[in-house]
Design a protein around this ligand. Structure first.
Ligand code: RB5
Length: 156
């Protein structure tokens, strides 16, 4: 499988471990950075991975210290559904119910064993569709509403 991956400095060493482990299982990783433990800003990495995910129609992996900042940033991009996960059950549900296209992980929260288990579950689980499809479409409608500024109160 082809996957996009990226992290900030806090997630750099976990990213390298994950790349090695997934390559050993014959996955192809598009490494969107960062490429050292020097400090970078997670929104820049979120944008790069999100771009690849949308352009190539593939799944993505994002890592920062908590997974929070990088998932918030990725979710600002239209078409991205980034799920911050801490356990394999959530990783499975993120695909089955939410059709998430990015899994976000906190390197200071999850160890490499659980991170890898979550990623494997995430990439091997399919979207269930059915009753979940309409809800995904409603998320898409929110994106369009925000872009057009068409909400009645004018708040967003
Ligand atoms: C970097 O120190 C840290 O703030 C970042 O990796 C992330 O945890 C933000 O949400």
């Amino acid at each position: 499988m082809i996957l996009a991956i990226g992290s900030d400095h806090a997630g750099f060493s976990l990213k390298q471990e994950i790349i090695t482990a997934l390559q050993q299982e014959n996955h192809q990783l598009i490494d969107c950075g960062t490429y050292s433990s020097q400090s970078v800003d997670y929104p820049d990495i979120a944008e790069k991975v999100a771009h690849k995910v949308l352009e190539e129609n593939i799944l993505g992996i994002l890592i920062c210290g908590t997974g929070i900042g990088i998932s918030i940033a990725a979710n600002k991009i239209r078409g991205i559904r980034a799920a911050l996960c801490h356990d394999p059950y959530s990783a499975a549900m993120a695909r089955e119910h939410n059709d998430a296209n990015i899994i976000a992980i906190g390197s200071r929260v999850s160890g490499s064993g659980i991170a890898l288990a979550m990623i494997k579950t995430f990439i091997n689980t399919k979207f269930q569709g059915g009753r979940h499809q309409l809800r995904i479409e409603k998320i898409g409608s929110l994106e369009i509403k925000c872009q057009e500024g068409s909400q009645a109160s004018g708040l967003y």
